[in-house]
Design a protein around this ligand. Structure first.
Ligand code: SF4
Length: 369
């Protein structure tokens, strides 16, 4: 029998059992991070000059700058909108600017290109900003599953490219994954199979929701995929930080490799719910603001410390793993943001036929919030 591989689709129980047996290393090259992705490596003088040029060009070109929470902090500081993939999709879709310049990764740029108004252009600072999680999604295997399950429903996570979204019925982000899954459960027949892809950890979280709704887990199918940054955040990372900071609260992104172990701890009562929460990138800000704890251990990409620290200035946010750095997001540098705006380059174009099919699942994602 062939070994299970990334992109394979299995019934949820089997998929969760096999997580550690499948090679979930990135199926695409992880690029090196340029030193100027870190603001401290750009001279103050150049930085000030770039900042004023970006402001000038933004006005002249009627541009709107969007930055993901994992983008370098200096880009976040000049952006008009900073947030997670759902928030950026909403802000981009609402904007009337002539140029939408988004410092994120390709699948998010594609959402803007699908939802944009006719007069708008979508630009990216660097076309090499891809995503290891999106690269795991195998469109051929999705089509095969659909042939075998003609009444099946496909929910794709926002971290997928255009061709995968075009095969999907619904799209969701971590911020509204639970709501989309509950919506699908209440608008489908109990015997309709559901495929959730491509993140197997978030799929595990979806399975927990099904159980809470007294729905049979047998309905759920998962694809074997993971983000290499979140996958490498393991239970021992959390434990190590908790030993160093015993009074710290913990907030975990459900894409992480520690999700199932953390959920088990909560279910067994070894960690009280007020000291450990599962939140989307954006949802973490609310938790950090509201928890009475002064120190918060954050399990996600380290760039998210910047917006969390701004959201709750009196709190200290510590990464569960300081190595959790997304090299794709760090392809966006301040200098490249400026060059893209100055030269009108790195336009994101999408195939119109695929875009027309991908629009409905994206619209559903934007409306179920
Ligand atoms: S952190 Fe992971 S999921 Fe997010 S863009 Fe990077 S590789 Fe993709």
């Amino acid at each position: 029998m062939d070994l299970p591989a990334s992109g394979d689709i299995f019934p949820a129980k089997e998929a969760v059992r096999m997580i550690d047996a499948v090679d979930l290393t990135p199926p695409i090259e992880v690029p090196p991070i340029s030193p100027d992705a870190y603001p401290e490596n750009v001279s103050d003088e150049e930085h000030r000059w770039l900042q004023s040029e970006i402001s000038r060009l933004k006005r002249e070109r009627r541009a709107y700058i969007l930055a993901h929470n994992y983008a370098p902090s200096d880009i976040q500081d000049v952006a008009d909108a900073v947030g997670d993939s759902l928030y950026l999709a909403q802000k981009g879709a609402d904007s009337d600017a002539d140029i939408l310049l988004e410092a994120s990764v390709l699948f998010m740029n594609q959402i803007l290109a699908i939802m944009k108004k006719p007069h708008q252009r979508v630009l990216a600072p660097d076309l090499g900003a891809l995503c290891s999680l999106a690269a795991h999604a195998d469109v051929g295997k999705i089509r095969q599953w659909k042939r075998e399950h003609p009444n099946g429903i496909v929910i794709s996570y926002v971290n997928t490219y255009l061709d995968v979204k075009a095969e999907s019925d619904y799209c969701c982000a971590s911020a509204n994954a639970a709501k989309v899954i509950l919506h699908v459960l209440s608008h489908s027949e109990p015997d309709q199979p559901i495929l959730f892809l491509p993140d197997v950890y978030l799929g595990f979280y979806a399975g927990k929701l099904l159980e809470q709704q007294n729905q049979p887990l047998e309905r759920l199918w998962l694809m074997m995929g993971a983000c290499h940054v979140h996958d490498r955040i393991r239970p021992y990372h959390i434990e190590r930080q908790r030993r160093l900071y015993p009074d710290a609260a913990v907030v975990v992104h459900p894409e992480c490799g520690c999700t199932s172990a953390c959920m088990r701890q909560m279910a067994q009562g070894t960690t009280p719910a007020n000291m450990m929460q599962f939140r989307s990138t954006q949802g973490m800000a609310q938790f950090v603001r509201e928890t009475p704890q002064k120190i918060i251990i954050m399990a996600t990409e380290v760039g998210n410390i910047h917006p969390l620290s701004k959201a709750a200035p009196g709190k200290t946010v510590i990464p569960a793993s300081p190595e959790a750095i997304c090299a794709y997001m760090k392809q966006n540098t301040f200098r490249k943001l400026y060059l893209s705006l100055r030269d009108n380059v790195h336009e994101i174009k999408v195939d119109p036929a695929l875009a027309a099919r991908a629009r409905l699942p994206i619209e559903r994602m934007l409306s179920i919030v």
